[in-house]
Design a protein around this ligand. Structure first.
Ligand SMILES: Nc1ncnc2c1ncn2[C@@H]1O[C@H](COP(=O)(O)OP(=O)(O)OP(=O)(O)O)[C@@H](O)[C@H]1O
Length: 651
């Protein structure tokens, strides 16, 4: 039996359709009442070969179509079924009457329905059922017409058996339909439940999202409150420490001379104590030297040299000598202690300046910038900027917020030039991603005169602070730092767009919490354009930079200097020298102005090394190569980094 038949029956099994029971009743009545007097049986039935009666579908069609002409055509209705029955008995399996095959069809239909939505399948089933019904009727009409013209040859008993089997089959189908409808109902209920569940889940998701948002807000509030209270505590501690150090190391006092008020530094107790001890040592030294002189005089006054072996005199002389040696030792200790205190004093002065700058900053009250960066304490103040430690509330990490202030008094032209400069720096810096280069995360405007760049936070000191605290590093430490600096420079020179840093100095080398060195401040950097030849690019910002660290070509006045990565090689050489010897190779004690006036760098033809501390020849050779006076002879970044002293990590 085809799917269509199942559909057809299913559509007719609808209790709302009363026609099926009446049709069945009619069918039964015909079979019972008319079969014995059937003329077809009397005259003998002749099969009609041209009529195709294959399966129930056709039987259904003919039986359904026959309900309108039961008076004259009923006797023929069973004929095709006898024929079919004969075929079945003969082994023709084409028509699918058996319950087994019905079952198979129904199962296939169910399987199909399970793959499509119950509603859809139901609709389709009903639609197809109706369509097939109309078609079957059409075909049924033709069949019955033909049958009317054909003589019937079936016996009554055969007809009864056939009818009984049809009835059974119909009731079976009714049962099936009822099961299917029941299942359909279940599917519908399930679908309804799923829709409800998905609505409920959607609502729950929305609630969770809202809750998440609220929690996030709370978290940010708790986090920033916590950060603020830690920062407040740090501020208090810093000020308390300064007060303690002030009495020990010194403080700023105000001196009034007429109408002029000047601030001067007054040393603290530790310096007074050391100086007093040095003074008394000096006095003791002088007294001992005086006594020794007297002894010598007594010896020479006698003139006969007889006392030269006088044990008393010999002993006294040794006592004086030993006393002088002891005084010298103490003096040396005190001088070393004073030097150490001087370094502490320097640190205190910088910290006092930082705190003063922090108190004077308009950003000192823990603002949250750009709804994201919680400003904490001031790290330091540069020429036109303040750098604050901050916390990124979105990425959950510390950052350094550099606040660039454009002076409101500046002319519009100067403001624009400054902003252009900063944006240029940002555009260069933001593309740099390397372990030895400070990352630039973000830039945004705060108000008309202020904008902020957000940098990777380096919690260690910068190299300038390190060298102020410990002017001479061991060679091993110095080498580790310079190797990292060169690695950063190699990165800048291996990009498709090469960059000259141009402002390498201790203040622009930062350290993170685990001591990794990173280059920062690309404010004076130059992008080396593709068309620049091997001789270098024009230096358009002559005069900028820190002169102790710049090579001779940057001071060329007769023509526009041509520069290359060799500028950074020179600066790195100066840095290595300074780390090893505690001073810069050229113009160490000179001011920037004096370096220019006296052409210090223009005359820096040969580098000299102090005898102390002792440094390896490899280090000295590298410094000499970096500080090659003639730019043409000086190696560039990629060449100098082949030096074994720098490439030692490859061993
Ligand atoms: N990314 C950072 N992480 C931690 N500290 C930083 C960071 N950037 C700068 N600082 C610190 O902030 C202070 C000021 O930095 P800034 O670069 O403004 O100073 P500068 O180099 O002295 O000034 P200028 O750029 O005007 O020469 C310095 O002490 C520096 O160590």
């Amino acid at each position: 039996m085809s799917d269509d038949i199942v559909m057809h029956l299913s559509s007719n099994s609808n209790p709302a359709d009363p026609s099926l029971p009446s049709k069945l009743a009619k069918l039964e009545a015909r079979m019972v009442g008319k079969s014995s007097s059937s003329p077809a049986i009397q005259s003998g039935w002749q099969p009609v070969p041209s009529v195709k009666y294959e399966g129930v579908e056709d039987f259904q069609a003919s039986s359904l179509s026959s309900d309108s002409d039961d008076d004259n055509g009923g006797e023929y209705l069973i004929q095709p079924n006898i024929q079919k029955r004969q075929r079945v008995l003969e082994g023709d399996h084409a028509p699918m009457h058996s319950a087994g095959s019905m079952d198979g069809k129904i199962k296939a239909t169910e399987a199909m329905e399970s793959r499509i939505s119950p509603d859809d399948s139901n609709k389709r089933r009903q639609g197809r059922g109706r369509g097939r019904l109309a078609t079957s009727r059409g075909r049924g009409m033709k069949a019955s017409d033909l049958m009317r013209s054909a003589p019937s040859a079936a016996s009554t008993s055969n007809g009864n058996i056939e009818m009984a089997s049809q009835k059974e089959e119909v009731s079976l189908l009714h049962g099936r339909i009822a099961t299917l409808e029941e299942e359909l109902g279940k599917f519908r209920q399930e679908a309804f439940d799923h829709v409800n569940l998905s609505r409920q889940l959607e609502k729950e998701l929305k609630d969770i999202k809202e809750h998440d948002q609220q929690m996030k807000k709370k978290l940010i509030k708790v986090l920033s409150d916590l950060l603020i209270s830690v920062s407040r505590a740090e501020r208090q501690e810093a000020r308390m420490k300064i007060r303690q150090e002030n009495s020990r190391l010194g403080n700023v006092t105000v001196i009034r001379t007429g109408t002029m008020i000047t601030e001067v530094w007054e040393d603290g107790q530790v310096f007074k104590d050391i100086n007093a001890q040095l003074k008394s040592l000096m006095e003791a030294k002088e007294a001992t030297e005086r006594a020794r002189k007297l002894l010598k005089k007594r010896q020479s006054d006698k003139g006969d040299g007889s006392d030269s072996s006088d044990p008393d005199i010999l002993l006294l002389d040794d006592v004086y000598k030993s006393q002088l040696a002891s005084i010298k030792r103490e003096e040396d200790n005190l001088l070393r202690e004073r030097e150490r205190c001087e370094l502490e004093k320097g640190r205190l002065i910088r910290e006092m300046k930082r705190v003063r700058d922090e108190d004077g900053s308009r950003f000192n009250n823990f603002q949250i910038l750009n709804h994201r960066y919680a400003l904490l304490n001031l790290l330091g103040k540069g020429g036109f900027s303040e750098v604050f430690k901050a916390y990124d509330l979105m990425e959950y990490r510390y950052v350094a917020c550099k606040l660039h202030g454009v002076n409101a008094q500046w002319s519009e032209e100067k403001k624009q030039s400054y902003i252009r400069h900063a944006v240029r720096e940002y555009n260069i810096h933001k593309t740099l991603v390397h372990r030895h280069i400070v990352r630039l995360w973000d830039i945004f405007e705060i108000d008309q005169n202020t904008f902020c760049t957000v940098l990777e936070y380096c919690s260690g000191k910068d190299l300038d602070a390190v060298l102020k605290a410990t002017p001479v590093l061991t060679e091993k430490e110095a080498r580790i730092v310079i190797v990292q600096i060169f690695q950063g420079l190699v990165y800048l020179n291996k990009r498709s767009q090469k960059i000259i840093h141009y402002d390498l100095k201790p203040g622009n080398v930062l350290f993170d919490e685990v001591g990794i060195a990173k280059l920062t401040d690309f404010g004076l950097s130059k992008i080396v354009e593709d068309d620049v030849g091997s001789r270098g690019m024009e230096l358009t910002s002559q005069g900028a930079g820190t002169y102790w660290y710049l090579p001779p070509e940057c001071f060329e006045l007769s023509k526009t200097p041509l520069i290359s990565s060799k500028v950074d090689v020179w600066s790195a050489g100066v840095l290595l020298y300074q780390m090893l010897f505690g001073r810069r190779p050229f113009g160490h004690d000179q001011t920037q102005e004096r370096i220019l006036r006296e052409d210090t760098i223009i005359n820096a033809r040969k580098v000299e090394f102090p005898s102390k501390p002792s440094v390896s020849n490899e280090a000295k050779d590298l410094i000499r190569r970096c500080l090659t006076y003639n730019q043409a002879d000086r190696p560039d970044v990629l060449t100098i980094t082949q030096d074994p002293y720098i490439s030692y990590w490859k061993k």
